[in-house]
Design a binder for this molecule. Sequence first.
Ligand code: PEP
Ligand code: MN
Length: 338
Amino acid sequence: MIIVMKHNATQADVEQVKNEVTKAGLMVNISEGSQVTIIGVVGDKTRLSSDSICALPAVDKIVPVTESYKLANKKFHTKPSVIDLGSCKIGGDQLVIMAGPCAVESKKQLFESAEAVKAGGATVLRGGAYKPRTSPYSFQGLEEEGLQYMLDAKKETGLSIVCEVTSIHAVNTAANYVDILQIGARNMQNFELLKAAGKTNLPVLLKRGLCATIEEWLNAAEYIMSEGNQNVILCERGIRTYETATRNTLDISAIPVIKSKSHLPIIVDPSHASGKKEYIASLSKAAIAAGADGLMIEVHPNPKEALSDGPQSLDPQEFKVLMEELKMIAAACNKTFS
Ligand code: PEP
Ligand code: MN
């Protein structure tokens, strides 16, 4: 439930409510809006007397939150969350472009990718060091060596870096290198991994599971947030449907649905959604027009030689052209590239 304070509630009034709630063994999440302060309550509500809370003079009303996710819920936090990476912001009126190769293959390949995405206007470099491949015989990633190359590329270019983590061990290792931890589609409901990411203070990019509903996805975000880490960025990357013309089906409707249910920023990955580079431009434009806070795009200096996901990777020139085209869409949506 949420406790909505009256317009004239003071800091002391908020403190009083907070004390009542925590005394009953529940947690509070305070959200100060421009109009009113909202106190979100997380935990077993039966331990709290709604009547005694309502009786407090500065309390306006109590509103039940029926959804199982609370901290990720817009009712708990009415303003959109903006995640500050230092070098750029994710959410609000900013559009973040994360781009780079599917996998870090070598220092040379990564540095060429980093230069290309920076030249195109991206602010975050992506690159997988731990690759969750369908076949155990496919390239599995350079692991810590790959993380080191990512950090080297960050130092060289000033780009922030995001890498996927596939195990708790990888979380602990990657936390020493990256700016954003990525949890991939295949691990969206790996609850121990979500909790481990939630114990770090790094922003977490949480991709939607291959067959996950939006509610399951928001509950996965809740796992991270309930450990104390509120910096979650959602990423729609297509879901499995009966359609085989594209690798997955981009669920464009997930963008307005997430915006109506959550305060968390949402970006779109048109590369994994389509599986084919010829569709990336259309899906990117549609995502921005639908209100996405950014994009994650695979870019490789030589896609034909890529060790993974070559067919869905743009080359540097194609990325540059796309970024130019996106400027118009961004302007029409009153967004600026971060
Ligand atoms: C990736 O971004 O490298 C990746 C594996 O994507 P997904 O988890 O969406 O399949
Ligand atoms: Mn990939």
